[in-house]
Write a protein that binds this ligand. Structure first.
Ligand code: ADP
Ligand code: GLC
Length: 708
């Protein structure tokens, strides 16, 4: 990705202040955090001797952080030092980068990135400067704003009167932030200060934001205790989605609003977000932030969109987020998400919206808990507790240590084996986040167990076992507003539990027509909606397709991903016109029509943290055929031929023969005992796969972490 050259020198932003916490305080907080960890899993100590190292290392945090206040000369020498180290580690980094594409040699990139950083200068002109002139008027630029101190601009002061009218989420957030204070005795004064600043600075934004709110009556259970939560993650439906993370980032905040949570979702403002949403975003402000050892001040714009009680704040920076795809390759993604994680916290400080909980998702936001307890410890956001949710352990953000040090600017103390250090050459962002987060969750109970084993642990099993005291599994749900066959605008004919049998047939015929399959309601239609990657068990599927296509069965695949799978499925389509359809595309509406029109849905994953497609399928009366792993095991009870109980068809070992057997069991029931099949269809549609229960568990976790 081309990084634009800076054009003029900007004053060092006040983030420097944040980077230099009072040494004693920082050390003692770290000590507490570490000792809590030690208590929870003492038996692991032997395996992770570095944990002890971390305790003493953490004591050094503050001075190191202080040093981090970037003196220009220091940076230059650091750059020089870094290059040979990066050179040495390039090979290992290449290996580590396996989950994502590697397009360039890390060394080259590191060097050139540094070359570009001198002299320090501001960003390319922010997007909204060009596009959002009217929005700018409502909230003038706050250049050189100190993101930690977040002082009120005069313009904001003036708007105070109009703000009073907007008794909204923002005000509640202030009180929630104020509530958080007593629990942290010593910090009461500064937190109060933060809250009062918020009262002053919020108005203009609230007013602006309310102008774009898509009003919909959210049924908030206001009798429940209130908590404020900042979700930080890399994707969210309907703005940007590549998989289930996007669904969760959409659905869970909405459910938490109902449970009386004040939720803000912090996301990158990718250029690929549909224009429709870009147009509705409202400018909330901007500031400049230093980043790692780059010696530059980076533009951070905040664009806001409010919908159904959830506030979405998009971190704007064209240099990092201008690509058509959120994920590129690690060479670009490591700097991008270092920037994003730091900017998200700085933005919360800037907005003076200090949540009780910062809830981070996957490796892209995994540095947030680390920043929170180091560079941001003594800023207002340092009061928040943190949760890190693992949606997929396979992706960890691993790169050579000098590069991650360079971009993150984190103190040396966090690069020990107890936290970010992966091995002699590499650092692991997810590993660091897991060490520093107050709680770790993953998206099903079985996956929480599995990731502590060598088979599923992706080399982090020891680390996770060490932190098992703060790890738990909470299974995902689906949003019943987004996934509802009774109202789904993508469907030909709507249906519910009572009308499913008749209308599902019509959806099947419509799907067959749409995809050029033989139009015959009597055929057994199997769907597969998936990222086409090694995780999803596609080698099993491709090896049994000839046996599955028996003349009475049709297969529909919808997905994009690895070329080998795309080509295999294209081949099968070519060889089996009318019975096999390969839709190598990402198409949300078509996915809905496949859930509705298919009889069964395949999810034979090698591993599956939770899986949402089996939940969508069940809710649409489509029976899942799944491998018993992760969330698939927790959500699909195998059909029992003797009792008639169950929701779908399952197999245990990762084996093509067992998958074929499960498919054949499904076919047998479908073709020989349709009454039984239909009963399972109705049962699946009735099954509670909503977010209600799981959101309550997250709320309980928030309460557990914030008892006052
Ligand atoms: P993962 O997050 O591992 O990709 P999940 O089952 O959790 O798997 O979530 C996948 C989500 O992405 C589901 O909402 C599914 O409908 C959707 N999806 C996957 N591939 C496609 C596609 N090609 N077109 C439309 N939606 C898709
Ligand atoms: C990940 C997992 C998937 C899970 C989703 C949402 O992408 O692969 O199993 O459902 O995240 O949590």
């Amino acid at each position: 990705m081309a990084r634009k050259k800076a054009s003029s020198v900007k004053k060092k932003p006040a983030t420097t202040k944040v980077a230099a916490p009072a040494a004693e305080k920082a050390a003692s907080v770290e000590e507490k955090a570490i000792s809590a960890v030690t208590e929870t899993a003492p038996t692991e100590e032997k395996k992770e001797p570095a944990a002890k190292e971390t305790v003493s290392a953490e004591k050094k945090t503050a001075p190191v952080a202080e040093k981090a206040a970037p003196a220009e000369e220091k940076k230059v020498s650091a750059v020089k030092e870094t290059v040979p180290a990066a050179e040495k580690t390039a090979v290992a980094a290449e290996k580590a980068a396996s989950p994502e594409e590697k397009k360039e040699l890390p060394v080259k990139k590191t060097v050139s990135a540094k070359e570009k950083t001198v002299p320090a200068a501001p960003e390319a002109p922010p997007v909204e400067e060009k596009k959002k002139t009217p929005a700018k008027k409502t909230a003038p630029a706050k250049e050189k704003m100190d993101p930690a101190a977040a002082k009120t601009t005069p313009a904001e002061g003036k708007k105070r009167t109009s703000a009073k009218k907007a008794a909204s989420a923002e005000e509640k957030a202030v009180s929630a932030a104020a509530k958080a204070v007593p629990a942290k005795g010593k910090k009461r004064t500064s937190a109060k200060k933060a809250a009062s600043v918020e009262e002053k600075s919020a108005p203009a934004a609230v007013e602006a934001a309310s102008a774009v709110e898509e009003v919909s009556a959210v049924n908030v259970m206001s009798n429940l205790p209130r908590r404020s939560v900042a979700f930080i993650g890399s994707e969210c439906h309907p703005f940007v989605k590549t998989g289930g993370l996007g669904d969760v980032m959409y659905a869970l905040p909405r459910e938490l609003v109902r449970l009386n949570c004040d939720v803000r979702v912090i996301l990158p403002r990718y250029a690929c977000i549909p224009q429709k949403y870009q147009d509705q975003m409202v400018y909330r402000g901007e500031f400049y932030m230093d980043l790692g050892k780059t010696g530059r001040n980076y533009y951070v714009g905040i664009m806001e969109y409010v919908c159904d009680g959830v506030v979405y704040d998009f971190i704007d920076n064209q240099e990092f987020f201008s690509s058509g795809n959120p994920y590129l390759n690690l060479v670009d993604d490591i700097p991008k998400y270092c920037f994003f994680s730091k900017a998200a916290l700085a933005a919360l400080n800037y907005l003076n919206w200090i949540p009780d909980i910062v809830h981070c998702h996957d490796w892209q936001a995994a540095l947030v808990p680390v920043y929170l307890r180091t560079l941001f410890q003594d800023s207002p956001i340092g009061h928040a507790r943190s949760i890190l949710t693992i949606h997929n352990l396979r992706f960890q953000g691993i790169y050579n240590i000098p590069t991650i040090q360079y971009w993150s600017g984190l103190p040396d103390s966090v690069f020990g084996m107890g936290a970010l250090k992966e091995n002699y050459v590499d650092a692991n962002m997810l590993k660091g986040g897991l060490a520093y987060a107050d709680r770790i969750t993953t998206v099903s109970g079985t996956y929480a167990y599995e990731i502590q084993t060598a088979e599923y642990g992706e080399h982090l099993e020891n680390h996770l076992r060490y932190h098992s005291g703060k790890l738990r599994g909470i299974v995902n749900g689906i949003d019943y507003g987004m996934w509802n066959p009774e109202t789904d605008s993508a469907l030909t004919v709507h249906y519910n539990r009572d009308t499913v049998l008749e209308h599902k047939m019509e959806n099947k015929l419509a799907l067959q027509k749409e995809l050029g399959l033989e139009e015959d309601a009597g055929k057994f239609v199997i769907g597969l909606i998936s990222r086409l990657t090694n995780q999803k068990g596609l080698d099993l599927v491709s090896s049994i397709i000839p046996q599955v296509l028996d003349g009475n069965t049709q297969v529909v695949v919808l997905g994009t991903g690895d070329k080998q799978y795309e080509d295999t499925f294209r081949y099968y389509e070519g060889a089996n016109r009318g019975t096999f359809s390969a839709c190598i595309q990402y198409d949300e509406a078509r996915a809905h029509r496949i859930y509705a029109g298919a009889d069964a849905l395949l999810v034979p994953s090698r591993f599956e943290p939770c899986g949402l497609t089996q939940l969508n399928a069940m809710h649409y009366g489509t029976l899942p055929i799944v491998r018993e792993t992760g969330g698939l095991k927790d959500t699909v009870q195998p059909y029992n031929i003797f009792t008639g109980d169950g929701n779908g068809f399952t197999f245990d070992r990762y084996d093509a023969g067992l998958l074929l057997d499960a498919i054949n069991r499904a076919k047998t029931l479908y073709f020989t005992n349709r009454d039984q099949w239909n009963q399972v269809v109705r049962r699946d549609m009735e099954k509670d796969v909503s977010w209600e229960n799981s959101a309550k568990q997250y709320k309980d976790l928030y309460l557990e972490l914030t008892q006052w």
